[in-house]
Write a protein that binds this ligand. Structure first.
Ligand code: SF4
Length: 388
């Protein structure tokens, strides 16, 4: 079976560029008539020629979103467990060379934060850490998951790359979803962006979603950080990666996230800023290429942009977000990983979706093989919010 690395090698940067440059408006419109798209079709939808067809792409993306997801939008929120990191990603506020004070939650502190999130009514939570195994080990992440599991239907992780065995261990602790950002699919750029730390290993990170799927995670998400490389190059490779994962792991829910770079602590200048037109082109192209894939847009984007992207293909949004460690219980104003543009609470997001004709879904999955034990003093949180 062809690995993703082999598939990516077959689509060299030069080959991508040639196909992209040769695209025409008629070829783009012909793609929009197809039921099943191939990678070369996706490439046409990302081309400059496709910017003349954005209305038609939006209409097609809207129809496909309604067909596969209805008017339902899934809500979740992140819980930052630790901002200690050994990497020096040039674009990140948690970069090890930044001198801000660092924070790391104990398992009990994480539980307190999680209870605040449960009080918001959310049933899906995403745990995040920096890349620092000496403090945020798989055992630590597993212990947090086990402790907060009674409060949530789904626990996802967005952490460093792990082995298949480590992912399987986390599955045994109640984690069912993971997201891994490749950041950029260009190996040379990747090397420059990651001057030090374990994240420097491009190939190991590239293979992480595949290891997670093989380990039994039911939901695997990927994405590139838009703005690092030429928009088209990383957009195409991200879609190609998701397409390959879907074909290789048909039982796994393969999702996409579309983060765009925003200001952060430090002095990194975004090399290839992605404007709104290309951003919308990307979301609609992804929806047409991968009609069944959930697509997430984070609170990096404005409320206006998020509201307008929902009808075009976005099916997951965060709400009630804090990107600071301990940001909810202690109301810490320590530096977050990135700046939030949409500060809406869960209730405000529910209202906005309803006003737009959509339903906010707080829970769309549960592992019925697990019956969590809840201490009596903790059960009031669940009762108040109709939890299990
Ligand atoms: S992007 Fe992740 S790995 Fe890189 S510095 Fe930030 S927290 Fe650490």
């Amino acid at each position: 079976m062809q690995t993703f690395e082999q598939l990516l090698a077959a689509w060299s940067r030069e080959r991508r560029q040639d196909c992209y440059a040769a695209a025409t408006r008629d070829a783009v419109l012909a793609v929009l008539e197809k039921e099943i798209l191939r990678p070369q079709d996706f490439m046409l939808l990302l081309s400059p020629a496709a910017t003349q067809c954005l209305e038609a792409m939006a209409a097609r993306a809207h129809d496909l979103t309604l067909r596969y997801f209805g008017r339902a939008v899934h809500l979740f929120t992140p819980l930052y467990l630790s901002d200690i990191c050994t990497n020096q990603c040039r674009y990140c506020g948690f970069n090890a060379s930044n001198t801000q004070q660092r924070h790391h939650l104990t398992v009990e502190q994480a539980l307190s934060e999680a209870k605040v999130i449960a009080h918001m009514g959310l049933q899906h939570i995403l745990l995040l850490t920096g890349d620092a195994r000496h403090v945020a080990s798989p055992q630590y992440i597993g212990a947090v998951a086990e402790r907060i599991k009674p409060y949530f239907a789904s626990i996802g992780i967005e952490v460093y790359s792990m082995t298949t065995e480590e992912y399987a261990f986390l599955v045994s602790k109640g984690i069912d979803a993971m997201t891994m950002f490749q950041e950029t699919y260009d190996p040379a750029l990747y090397e420059w962006l990651h001057p030090a730390g374990p994240k420097r290993d491009y190939a190991w990170r590239l293979d992480a979603p595949s290891r997670a799927a093989a380990a039994g995670l039911r939901s695997v998400g990927i994405g590139a950080l838009l703005g690092l490389d030429d928009f088209f190059q990383d957009a195409f490779c991200t879609g190609l990666h998701a397409w390959w994962l879907q074909k290789t792991y048909p039982a796994v829910d393969i999702g996409l996230s579309v983060p765009r770079m925003c200001p952060h602590e430090g002095s990194f200048a975004v090399p290839h800023p992605v404007d709104d037109i290309h951003f919308v082109q990307y979301v609609t192209a992804l929806r047409c290429f991968l009609p069944r894939s959930p697509i997430t847009v984070s609170s990096r984007e404005s409320a206006f942009m998020r509201d307008h992207l929902v009808p075009l293909g976005i099916t997951r949004v965060s709400a009630g977000v804090s990107t600071a460690v301990g940001g909810r219980v202690e109301q810490n104003d320590n530096v977050g990983q990135f700046e939030i543009a949409d500060h809406r609470s869960v209730a405000a997001m529910q209202r906005a979706l309803a006003d737009n004709g959509y339903q906010a879904v707080l829970k769309d999955w549960e592992d019925c093989s697990v019956l969590p034990q809840i201490a009596p003093e903790e059960s009031s949180v669940l009762c108040e919010h109709g939890g299990r």
